[in-house]
Design a binder for this molecule. Structure first.
Ligand SMILES: *Cc1c(COP(=O)(O)O)cnc(C)c1O
Length: 375
């Protein structure tokens, strides 16, 4: 699905030099490289504060902790997402309130979110799924009207831009009170291990997030609150600082590959290509098609694999149907869009190193296979 090896080969000298530099400095944790990367990412995003942490899941957890939410408070998240989004809500003793997604963008439906609001609702966590921003104009309006925090899960969407109706343009993760991202190797800006970050324009929240991520400590060995230990190490920061320079060109490569897929699949009656949110750019963390109900998805996936083409199902089970999240609140059929998507989506290889020959092979192989996989 990704080709991290070829990507590395193209920037090997720079990466090796930077990693060697960290080793020579022995500043493995909280080295200058972390601060360098932090400031470069703040500049890139146009956000006041980037706070690096250990991974994207920690970023989400620390963000919710920083808002001072209490057990029983409700947090609205989409049911069609990676588990981490709701997991941290549940872990903190908050109540995840799941809602359905938009059938075209796969992101949280603003109408569904508004309907789910109760007197206990404190926050909304939209996920910019597969690299495209959720309908932030509508979600921010709803949040404002009901006095709710917005925490963006931008783990898949770093660099995606959103244009508000007044023309204001913001980067993904920089629109809500707090935004979270992941630097897991296969993410759009990936390091060589685990990493993540929190974005905010709020000075007080930035201070609180820093404090929580560092054992609840502002002055050494003085613990103001219960915190966690979550940090980005200097080797990962060094890798990220190199790769950040290439992020826009990496995004352009992904968009080029997506356009190739779009034009190859656009006329196929059994395939729905990804829809574009008119207000957001798409950075294609995943290129995800929907297959017609008449196509046997498992057979197609197996046939592709046989031809050396990986394909993955993100995500096969919506959160409300997961064993660990079983609740009296929800049953099968409650979220028809997410349930249909979980049965029909298929993600194809998407990365920065796809060339025309590979794309032609994938599309020329897939199209006849779809026909053969009719139920
Ligand atoms: C990857 C991801 C996370 C978690 O990030 P980690 O760094 O793996 O902890 C959270 N939410 C979404 C939508 C993700 O894709």
């Amino acid at each position: 699905m990704v080709d991290l090896r070829s990507q590395y080969e193209n920037i090997k000298d720079e990466i090796n030099r930077e990693i060697q530099g960290v080793i020579d400095s022995t500043a493995f944790v909280k080295g200058g490289k972390v601060a360098d990367f932090q400031h470069h990412l703040e500049e890139y995003l146009g956000v006041k504060h980037v706070i690096p942490v250990g991974n994207g899941t920690d970023a989400l957890q620390i963000s919710l902790m920083a808002l001072g939410l209490k057990p029983g408070d409700e947090v609205i998240t989409p049911t069609f997402t990676f588990i981490a989004t709701a997991e941290v809500v549940a872990l903190l003793g908050l109540t995840p309130v799941l809602v359905d997604v938009d059938p075209h963008t796969f992101c949280m439906s603003p109408e569904a979110a508004e309907k789910a609001i109760t007197s206990r609702t404190k926050a909304i966590v939209p996920v910019h799924l597969f690299g495209q921003n959720a309908d932030m104009e509508a979600l921010m309006q709803i949040a404002q009207k009901h006095n709710l925090y917005v925490v963006e899960d931008a783990c898949q969407s770093i660099g995606a831009e959103y244009t508000f109706p007044d023309g204001r343009r913001e980067k993904s993760g920089c629109m809500g009170k707090l935004g979270c991202t992941s630097f897991f190797p296969s993410k759009n800006l990936g390091c060589y291990g685990d990493g993540g970050a929190i974005f905010t324009n709020d000075d007080t929240l930035a201070d609180e997030v820093n404090c929580i991520a560092n054992h609840g400590m502002r002055v050494r060995y003085h613990h103001d609150r219960i915190g966690v230990n979550s940090r980005l190490d200097s080797i990962q920061a060094a890798v990220l600082d190199v790769k950040l320079k290439y992020l826009d060109s990496y995004t352009a490569s992904r968009q080029r590959a997506a356009a190739f897929y779009d034009s190859a699949f656009g006329q196929c009656p059994y395939i729905t290509i990804p829809a574009h949110n008119l207000h957001s750019s798409h950075v294609f963390h995943q290129y995800t098609i929907q297959l017609a109900a008449s196509i046997d998805r498992d057979a197609l996936k197996a046939a592709l694999n046989e031809k050396g083409i990986p394909a993955m199902i993100y995500y096969p089970i919506p959160l409300h149907l997961q064993k660990a999240y079983h609740s009296e609140r929800y049953k099968k059929g409650d979220f028809p869009v997410s349930e249909r998507l979980s049965q029909s989506v298929l993600s194809l290889p998407m990365h920065t190193e796809l060339d025309d020959e590979q794309l032609r092979y994938i599309t020329n192989t897939l199209l006849p296979l779809v026909e053969q996989c009719k139920k």
